[in-house]
Design a protein around this ligand. Structure first.
Ligand code: 5AD
Ligand code: SF4
Length: 392
C-alpha cells in the first residue's frame, strides 16, 4: 500500500490527535478540479494534516473553484459569502481559494473577500503546503505566477478516492488546451497543451492497480490530442493486468478519429462511452465559436462511430444563447440533438468570460430570458429522449 493511501485511510478512520491540523476542501467544477483536490489532499496528508468533512472543524478551509462559466463562479462566491460568518467566529481559521477561479481573479479576490488568506492557481497547487507555512508569518499569500503545470513535481501517485467510488482512480495524461474556442477561458487559465510521457502514465496506472483501483479514468482537457498517441496509450493501459475498466474524458471532435472508435471497439477494457461536445448545430455559430468543424462533419463522425460501435453510449455539451444566435440557429442545435439522440447532454447558457475572443469581439446580445427558454427546451428534449431510450 502506498504511503499516501495508508495516510489517507488513517486520517479518515483514526481518532484525530489534538495537534494534527485539519483541512476541509470543497470542489466546484469538472473532473480535473476533483483530481486537483485529491492531489492537494494527498500533499497535505503526507505533511501530517487530517481531512475533515465539516468546515466548522477545520484549521484551513479550501475552495477549489471552476471559472469556465459564470454560474460556476457564482456558486463559489455565494459559498464564500456564507463562510464569512464562520471566519468571524473562528478568526484563526485560514481560508484558501484554489484552481481556475484563483488564477483568473488573482488579488482582486481580496477586494470582495478580504478575509481570504490564500489565492492559489492550478499550476501552483503542488506547492500548497509551503504557502500554508508562509501564512504563519503573513496574513495573505498570492500564488498565481506559474502558467504551466510541472508534471514531474505534481503527478506522483495521488489516487482519487471518492467515497462510494473506491475502485476509481484518475490519471492526468495531459493538461492545458491549444484550441482557443472563442468562448472558453480554459487556455488562458490552464495554459498551453502539455502531455505526459507514456511510461510515466503507465507507472502511475500500475501503482493505482497495486492500491486496489480497477477502474482507471484518463483525464485531460482534450485527451485525443495527447501527443504520444492516445490510441497507443489506450492499448498499453488495456494490457495492464488488474485494470478492469478504462474511461477517458474529455474529447474534441476535431481530434477524434476512426482509429479511436476502432480501439474502443477492440479493446475490451475500454468503456463503450464517448463524451463528444458539439456545442452548436449551426455552422455559422460553430465558426464564430472557432470549433474547427461543421455540423455535417460532426454528424459524419457520429455516423462512423455508430457504424463501428453500434452499442456506444454518447454524451455531449451544448451552449445556447451564444452571441447572435437566432431562432433558426437554435433550431439546428435542437434538430442535431433529435438526430443523434445522445444518452446525456449538458446544456449551458452562454456567459461571456473576460479575456476570451467572444467577450472582446461579440456583444452578448441574446437576452437572458431567451437563453433560459432555449435551455429549457433542450433539457425537456433530452429528458424525453432519455425516457424513450430507457423504455426500450
Ligand atoms: N459559456 C457557457 N458555457 C461554456 N462552456 C465553456 N465556456 C462557456 C461559456 N463561456 C461550456 C462548454 C464546455 C463546457 C465544459 O462548458 O459547453 O464544453
Ligand atoms: Fe475550452 Fe475549446 Fe479547449 Fe474545450 S477545446 S477547453 S471548450 S478551448
Amino acid at each position: 500500500m502506498s504511503l499516501y493511501l495508508e495516510e489517507r485511510i488513517k486520517c479518515i478512520t483514526e481518532p484525530k490527535q489534538k495537534a494534527q491540523p485539519k483541512v476541509y476542501i470543497r470542489t466546484f467544477g469538472c473532473q480535473m478540479n476533483e483530481y486537483d483536490s485529491e492531489v492537494v489532499i494527498g500533499k497535505l496528508l503526507q505533511k501530517g494534516w487530517a481531512l475533515v468533512h465539516n468546515p466548522e472543524e477545520a484549521d484551513i478551509v479550501l475552495f477549489n473553484g471552476c471559472s469556465v462559466r459564470e454560474h460556476a463562479e457564482q456558486r463559489v462566491w455565494s459559498n464564500l459569502e456564507s463562510l464569512k460568518k464562520l471566519k468571524q467566529r473562528k478568526p484563526k481559521m485560514l481560508v484558501g481559494i484554489l484552481g481556475c477561479i484563483a488564477q483568473k481573479h488573482k488579488e482582486r479576490i481580496w477586494e470582495r473577500f478580504p478575509f481570504v488568506n490564500l489565492v492559489c492557481g492550478p499550476a501552483n497547487l503542488s506547492h500548497l503546503p509551503e504557502y500554508i507555512k508562509e501564512l504563519n508569518e503573513k496574513e495573505q499569500v498570492l500564488a498565481v505566477d506559474k502558467q504551466e503545470r510541472d508534471f514531474k513535481d505534481f503527478c506522483l501517485t495521488f489516487p482519487a478516492q471518492k467515497e462510494g467510488f473506491k475502485s476509481k482512480g484518475y490519471v492526468v495524461i495531459m493538461s492545458g488546451c491549444n484550441n482557443f474556442c472563442s468562448y472558453c477561458v480554459v487556455p488562458y487559465l490552464r495554459g498551453r497543451e502539455r502531455s505526459r510521457e507514456i511510461k510515466e502514465i503507465l507507472e502511475e496506472v500500475k501503482e493505482l492497480v497495486r492500491n486496489g483501483y480497477t477502474h482507471i479514468t484518463l483525464l485531460g482537457q482534450n485527451v485525443n490530442s495527447y501527443k504520444n498517441n492516445f490510441v497507443k496509450l489506450l492499448e498499453e493501459v488495456n494490457k495492464i493486468e488488474g485494470v478492469e475498466k478504462i474511461s477517458f474524458t474529455t474529447n474534441h471532435p476535431k481530434a477524434t478519429s476512426e482509429e479511436l472508435f476502432r480501439a474502443m471497439r477492440d479493446l475490451p477494457k475500454v468503456e463503450k462511452y464517448l463524451h463528444l461536445p458539439f456545442q452548436s448545430g449551426s455552422d455559422r455559430i460553430l465558426k464564430l465559436m472557432r470549433r474547427g468543424y461543421t455540423r455535417q462533419e460532426y454528424l459524419n463522425l457520429i455516423r462512423k462511430l455508430k457504424e463501428i460501435l453500434p452499442e456506444v453510449r454518447l454524451s455531449t455539451d451544448v451552449i445556447v444563447g451564444f452571441p447572435t444566435e437566432t431562432e433558426e440557429d437554435f433550431l439546428k442545435t435542437k434538430q442535431l440533438m433529435e438526430e443523434v439522440r445522445f444518452d446525456n447532454a449538458y446544456i449551458f447558457k452562454y456567459s461571456p468570460r473576460p479575456g476570451t475572443e467572444a467577450e472582446r469581439k461579440l456583444k452578448d446580445d441574446v437576452p437572458l430570458e431567451v437563453k433560459k427558454r432555449r435551455n429549457q427546451i433542450l433539457l425537456d428534449l433530452q429528458k424525453r429522449i432519455w425516457r424513450e431510450k430507457c423504455r426500450r
